[in-house]
Design a protein around this ligand. Structure first.
Ligand SMILES: Cc1cc2nc3c(=O)[nH]c(=O)nc-3n(C[C@H](O)[C@H](O)[C@H](O)COP(=O)(O)OP(=O)(O)OC[C@H]3O[C@@H](n4cnc5c(N)ncnc54)[C@H](O)[C@@H]3O)c2cc1C
Length: 459
């Protein structure tokens, strides 16, 4: 065997399995294959000037490379079993929380010390939500911020680079089962290992599907979340965000009994374009650095959609809606809530005259031409529900950007050790469909690394 363990993907799942393995068993030969670039070479060519839209780089600097999809994210590590994945269904609730706290400790040691941890424990806000037909989900959240998140990743790479062999710009093509392990093919080369940990995230979902097909590992289709990003003056939400930073609030609509939820809150943040394989959707960022804070707060309102028969591809549905908004708006569309309610498009003038200064240059338009009625009705109901706990959310000038899409991977059939039916082949992180967040993906990496070490000593 050339390697004891090969890890595929250097996102949080891959990084934390490498961290734990190299810490517990420095004698093991470990390789990490990553399709994207090293962290310092991850630069998206879109500069809004010479390069205005996606030029489909061989490896997308936003989604691929050391740090994975979350490298330039807001770095919110939510410690909870209430959202962010279903890791607890495999390893138990207490273990999942313990591992998320363990990951938090490492992030703090590697540059995150001094950042703030927020918690919903003991807040009066839960009662206020319930009185207004809203449910506040339980969580503690470490907010690293985009800037500190990057520093933590830099420090983790410095720690790991001499302990494991990293191969960047090396997408793995296939995995084959052998007598005593696995063959991992990449380009013209092939490497053999005893154990293989696959952590390819969202961007590796199609590849994951092909691996599962080739190795006859069963899979289940997953969901897609669709909605808008809301931008309001930060004072409207300050009482909530100052205490909780990120609150996940769920509303059950009266009309259709659908659940609409808040997602990814960015107090004093900015709205940004997100480019996934050439499809432009919307997202949000915020910064720890005071000088980069804005007067606005943004968050997403999302509705989950599942498909089963005859159409199964939930992600394709989400992509089609996003493509439609790109076709109409040339990218992301922005609309004032008042214009949406009056059934008219927003115009540059109406946006200009409003009292919320957009932090993203999007195309003024009409979101009702893009989002299905049922989803849009749910979002409008939720905006009025939020207005009861934070008056001002339903103001005419509130900005809605669309569309925001959250894609999920199909679920890979795994046992309680996150191991496939092929002993020694593990699938972790978002690529497994089990996790959808930084903390769950990282925790799954630590879990499998510990399981492997134990297995080694007591096969
Ligand atoms: C803009 C943005 C903001 C986000 N913000 C947050 C947040 O604040 N909080 C939160 O909890 N979550 C956030 N998320 C989600 C979070 O980033 C993911 O849940 C997390 O990164 C999943 O980690 P992972 O290791 O499973 O996968 P990823 O981070 O996606 O890493 C997978 C890696 O595998 C590599 N790969 C794929 N296929 C192959 C292959 N065939 N061979 C080799 N390498 C391969 C990819 O290049 C990638 O680097 C955000 C995501 C995005 C896109």
């Amino acid at each position: 065997m050339k390697y004891d363990v090969i890890i595929i993907g250097a996102g949080p799942g891959g990084i934390f399995s490498a961290y734990e393995l190299t810490g517990l068993r420095p004698d093991l030969k470990i390789a990490v294959f990553e399709a994207g670039h090293p962290l310092e070479k991850r630069k998206c060519p879109i500069d809004g000037d010479k390069v205005k839209s996606c030029i489909r780089c061989k490896s997308c600097a936003i989604m691929n490379g050391f740090g994975g999809a979350g490298a330039f994210s807001d770095g919110k590590y939510n410690i909870t079993n209430d959202f962010g994945g279903t890791l607890y269904e495999y390893i138990g609730r207490d273990k999942a929380l313990e591992l998320m706290h363990y990951v938090d400790g490492i992030n703090c040691r590697f540059g995150g010390e001094g950042t703030k941890m927020y918690s919903t424990a003991g807040t009066d806000f839960r009662k206020i939500c319930l009185q207004n037909k809203l449910t506040l989900l339980n969580a503690s959240v470490r907010h690293l911020g985009t800037d500190i998140n990057y520093i933590v990743l830099q420090n983790l790479y410095s720690e790991l680079k001499d302990k494991a062999e990293f191969f960047f710009d090396t997408p793995v093509d296939s995995i084959e089962k052998t007598e005593g392990g696995f063959l991992v093919r990449h380009g013209e080369a092939v490497d053999e290992c005893r154990y293989c940990i696959v952590s390819v995230g969202r961007s590796g979902s199609k590849w994951m599907q092909s691996v599962c097909g080739a190795l006859q590992i069963p899979t289940k289709s997953n969901r897609v979340d669709l909605g808008v990003r809301v931008e309001i003056p930060s004072v409207i939400f300050d009482t909530i965000t100052n205490e909780l930073y990120e609150s996940k609030i769920v509303y059950r609509t009266e009309k259709f009994e659908d659940n609409v939820r808040t997602f990814c809150m960015n107090p004093h943040g900015i709205v940004v374009n997100e480019n996934t394989n050439g499809i432009v959707t919307v997202n949000g960022h915020s910064f720890e650095d005071e000088s980069r804070k804005t007067d606005n707060t943004n968050f997403a309102l999302l509705v989950a959609k599942h498909f089963s028969e005859p159409f199964k591809d939930s992600n394709e549905y989400g992509e089609s809606i996003a493509r439609l908004s790109n076709m109409l708006g040339g990218g992301v569309i922005v609309q004032r809530f008042g214009d949406l309610e009056r059934g008219r498009r927003s115009t540059p003038r109406r946006i200009e005259e409003g009292n919320v200064r957009p932090t993203l240059a999007a195309t003024p338009g009409d979101l009702s031409l893009v989002l299905p009625k049922r989803i849009l009705d749910g979002i409008i109901e939720m905006i009025y529900a939020l207005d009861r706990i934070a008056p001002g959310v339903a103001n005419d000038d509130t900005l809605l950007y669309g569309v925001e899409v959250k894609f999920y991977n199909m679920e890979v059939a795994l046992d309680e050790n996150l191991e496939t039916l092929h002993k020694g082949l593990f699938v972790i992180g978002d690529g497994s469909g089990v996790t959808h967040s930084l903390s769950h993906a990282s925790a799954s990496g630590v879990y499998v690394a510990r399981h492997l070490v134990q297995h080694w000593e007591n096969p």
